[in-house]
Design a protein around this ligand. Structure first.
Ligand SMILES: Cc1cc2nc3c(=O)[nH]c(=O)nc-3n(C[C@H](O)[C@H](O)[C@H](O)COP(=O)(O)O)c2cc1C
Length: 197
């Protein structure tokens, strides 16, 4: 599968078939996370892989939008070191996003559905995952073969992504009127050279 195809077709999957993931499939997904780039190549991440059904059911309680974990074939808890400085926290979060995307796009290529689960209940996650001091888990990734065959490739819902021209700036930030159809027009009063008001 071409990278661009995976990027343009990927959809979050929250409903899974009961079938377990084959060990080599799970390993390929984890290897893709391990391969991610990171600031100064620090690789500030560990992956706790959970496949036990009862454990997954317990983990689904770590956040109000993590219910999908209960039905997943596996959940990968993304564990990072705690950091005092905001700069470090942002850097870790940036790296982790790339790591997660690598895993999810690889899963997609293998026909495996995935979605993030944000951890709100930090202490519960710490206990369930047996995390040592100095580490935390902010996100889990649910993985599994999709319950519905077309779940991985269903079209984006209407308005599923902001229009290109509302996001992309040329040379300098420019203020444009957001449009509904992606044909953002720049009004004379908001051109890049116009004085800011
Ligand atoms: C940082 C982050 C946290 C997310 N947390 C959750 C979550 O807790 N529960 C959930 O169901 N989806 C979660 N998502 C998935 C988003 O809802 C999903 O990526 C977005 O709706 C786009 O879905 P689509 O690619 O199918 O259009 C999260 C995504 C990101 C990037």
């Amino acid at each position: 599968m071409e990278v661009r195809e995976a990027i343009s077709r990927f959809r979050a999957c929250r409903s899974f078939h009961g079938r377990p993931l084959e060990p080599d499939v799970l390993e390929r997904i984890l290897q893709a996370g391990r391969r991610a780039p990171s600031s100064k190549n620090l690789q500030r991440w560990h992956f706790v892989v959970c496949t036990d059904r009862e454990h997954l059911t317990q983990l689904a309680a770590v956040g109000p939008f993590a219910g999908h974990v209960a039905g997943a074939a596996a959940a990968v808890a993304l564990v990072t070191p705690e950091a005092d400085e905001a700069w470090d926290r942002e850097s870790i979060a940036f790296d982790l996003g790339q790591c997660a995307e690598n895993m999810m796009l690889t899963a997609f290529e293998l026909g495996v559905g995935s979605v993030h689960g944000t951890v709100y209940e930090q202490e519960l996650a710490r206990e369930l995952l047996g995390l040592p001091d100095g580490f935390r888990c902010r996100y889990l990734i649910s993985l599994g073969y999709p319950a519905e065959p077309d779940a991985l490739t269903r079209p984006l819902r209407k308005g599923g992504r902001k229009p290109f021209e509302d996001l992309v700036h040329r040379e300098r930030w420019s203020r444009r009127r957001p449009t509904r159809r992606g044909t953002a027009s720049r009004s004379p009063s908001t051109s890049a050279s116009a004085p800011r008001t």
